[in-house]
Design a protein around this ligand. Sequence first.
Ligand code: SF4
Length: 736
Amino acid sequence: MQRREFLKISSLGIGGLALSGTLLYEFFNSANDETDGELHRFPTYCEICFWQCAGWTHLDKDKKIWKIIGNEDDPHSNGRLCPRGTGGIGSYYDKDRLKKPLIRINDRGKQSFREASWEEAFDLIAKKMKDISSKYGPESMALFHHGSGGKYFTNLIKAFGSDNIAKPSFAQCMGPREVAYAATFGTGLSSPEPLDIRDTKCLVLIGSHLGENMHNAQVQEMSDAIDKGASIITVDPRFSTAASKSKFWLPIKPATDIALLLSWINVLITNEWYDKEFVELNCEGFDQLKQHVQSFTPEWAFGITTIEPDVIVKTAKTMHDASPAVIIHPGRHTTWYGDDTQRLRAVAILNALLGSWGKRGGFFIPDKASLPHHHLPAYPKPAWTWKDTVDGKYNLVDLGLANIMVDASIPKKSGDNSKVIKGWFVVGTNLINTLPNTTHTLKAIQNLDLLVAIDTMPMEITGWADVILPECTYLERYDSIRVNQNREANIALRMPATKPLYDTKPAWWMARELGLKLGLKEYFPFKTQEEELDWELTQIGSSLKEMKKIGVKKIPTPDHYLYIAKGETIEFNTNSGKIELYSSAIDEEGFPAMPVYTKHPEPEDGFYRLIYGRAPMHTFSRTANNPNLTDLMDENTVWINPKIANLWDLKENQYIKLKNQDGIVSTFSIKVRITERIRIDSVYMVHGFGHADKKLTQAYGRGASDTEMITNVLIDPIMGGTGMRGNFVTFITETV
Ligand code: SF4
């Protein structure tokens, strides 16, 4: 397959391949607009992943949803959806969807439920919340959320009196990056990251596999940058798709990335290949950094990383030659080995030394629309939050840590349970597969007085709930206006293309109805979502009517600039007002102010480091049952180097089980893929398979779950994130 064929995201997307022959013909030949004078396309933004690409949902002549395509005016997608976005239609037609509110009738986890009316479900939840509040305080209710529905339940939980609210996408994903960039540049990177990939001359991917993770606009821009001659440097123990398009592939020994990064810093400084003017004007702590890295030579790093010294020098020179149009990609899923904030600090420092902040081809200055919100009464001040349970740790974090809230749900051995969490709302996140150490999560669940799961699909987490509230899919509902940063400020509308199937409802409605039951009406001033959206849009000179026609609107901020001028000094939001190569904030917390390399344990004989990642046609475990996407990939495989396969006498496509260092055996078998594309000390699998919920008829038992194997969790002492790459597996061949 040619590079452009793979990397370029089609304006139709390969999700179309899941359609039948006749439909496929119409799919490729249809106009994307009204043909009969009737409105049959509706603006939306995709919910299949966090990128939130804007598009149009089309109905066929029978008013049934039949395709989703990109919105040409959308900077997140440039009018092209990825395979998952096109296949999002499968989430609507999935026959396994949750259909009615359900109330548990047996022990937790036994998957015995009875159908209930919305009224009965809400009455039960409200009663249990009140009981928890009167016994333990309102703070004992917690919210875990992902996706659009979380906003409404955040309002509900805050109004109820709790601030125990977390997204696993922080402490289990991009939290270390956000803390590291805030410590260095005074700001996190948020989403989509302001990377000027389209104009870069050098893109360094370190553990980030663009093309397989399908971060839409970034993948498109990388393809364009390659066409324009940009050098790609990929650091990965696995020969990823991105590695195959790279000028340099550095198959690093896992868990040694910090050594490589420190050595690159050493080479840039020793050879004076850094941007002297930028560093002098904008950075603080250069002399300490120079002193700190002087022993981290390429020869030193070679002994640790297995990357040849001349390759380290050559790649550093490539970055220098491209500077400032160079990006060391900050990555997204950054919770690896527990020293993740330090690793991301090293990445941030490299970008600072190369002068790429605020530069064309480096990091642009993002613009974001500001949407006024209706004035709500002040939320009650909680008596405590999760932060009060961690003995003064994690002060650089201002977002909830999901794993700490799980810890706070397990009663203390000391008997002091004044700050215990007793009720969970879990909105749009399958916590069982999202959090490492499933046993620990289940222990917490067994101690709850209330677990409410809100989702479109049955998931492992819904099986443990007391009450399940079925949400309609993003194609059947209004949601908040999408307001995300980009080169130009813009907003996007999501509206229903059709009525919700079954007895499903939008999260907005659920949170409001519960709010009314709990006597919190003043926090829900709008009776309908349309009313709220129209009010908000009117404040900025638009309207719901206008947005229904255009879907995406650009609202550039006057005088916003994308790049900073050469020689310009900037004020950064750090203690010193400069980019901190030496982080005073991290120093104040008692941690090394500059990154250090620490050796991590290696696998014992017969064990291999478990590395996991993504496939372009799936979004973690959330799409594993989507009929359109399972047609493209319905199970994961375990990548094993031929030398290791030979040692174990493994055959291609043979099914085996995995066993980890703690003796945990995978519930399901996984197919062997023998490939030179993985180092001999590691194995690789795509995350999100091995579903154990039989209600997922497509996904049940297909492939193995990497989460099950992740029982050794390496907590980042700076920000509390859960490093998940310190796990090793061996093979069980005889039982399958
Ligand atoms: S990248 Fe793909 S899955 Fe994610 S929002 Fe865009 S179209 Fe949807």
